[in-house]
Design a protein around this ligand. Sequence first.
Ligand code: FES
Ligand code: FE2
Length: 374
Amino acid sequence: MKPEFVIRNSWYVAGLSAEFPKETLSGHVIAKRPIVMWRTKEGEVVAHDDRCAHKRFPLSKGRLMPDGTLECAYHGLRYNSAGRCVAIPSQPDGPIPSQARVGSFPVKEQDGLVWIWPGDPAGAVTRLPPRLPEVGDEGYESIVVGPMKVPANYVLLVENLLDITHFYPLHDGNIGDEANSRIPAEIEEGEEDGNRYVMSIRKTSNYTQPPYLVDWFHFDDVDRHHTHCMMSPAITRVVMRNSPTGKLVPHTQAREYPGNLLPSDNERGYVLVHTHTPVDEKNHVWRVIVNCPADHMSKGDPKVSTARRVAEMFPEVAGEDLWALEQQQGMFEYPDEDYSEVFLKPDLALRRARKIFADLQREEEAGAKAHAAE
Ligand code: FES
Ligand SMILES: [Fe+2]
């Protein structure tokens, strides 16, 4: 299967709430749709087609007026926050054609993030953005790495995150080693908030941590519980818990949330929230939100918190992944003649993720056909 598509019927992260200050226009391309977004005076984030209904000029290049309307920079059509044209300078006495409006996209703000649904709005009520309670939780320090522009289909990043046997050799010497690749993975699958998820779970004991993990989490030899969960096409959430050998508290819930994460001084780790927002078939935007208990300090620099230390050192690791994804994407340019892909045991989660994407794609195509026939 070539990753040559994007799913539109999903909530995606447009940015952090802090990236949307009041009355500031921003232009985005999400799932191949040009989108203008802004936070109104009243505090609500709105999203519309970025093409002016008059002559397609990008509305994100316009300006917000004191009365809250958006003025197109070309001929000055003004739109209200619902996307309806309310004034035309060249026709001050009207009429305003009823087609003088731009399409809107559903937006939600939760857990410190702004989410957008670029697909058929009917689905936006049955599928919800996955909950990420640790982002912005007072007990956690949350720091963002990115946004990073990745010149590859976003499914390649999802696959990269679900199969961490690439830690050797790609991340050898910082977060990876060969022993990590031999840790067996279990799989859990299910559905939450209308989103099908797949999670790989790697448990190991008496494992000697690679250098960066000692720097961040202190212990040299650990019992470790490590999960990677594709929660939806938008998010992969990683939880790592480390304790000195013999001290790891087993959790009964596979989905780990604050409250049952990192319960004691004997346990250190992080929640990494990876957001992967497709631009088009060959590009996406990647953010890594690093979340660590707010009072945890790093070993590498005891004056620096663990979250900050991880965020400072993570770009080196992400740079290795970026390089790999770009290389891999380049090879998809060639036709598959005489080429077949090999699947290994640790590829199981990745295969399940592909199945979810393929099912979503089929559903979406069937929905589009049904609409066209109406
Ligand atoms: S293109 Fe926007 S007003 Fe003409
Ligand atoms: Fe990686």
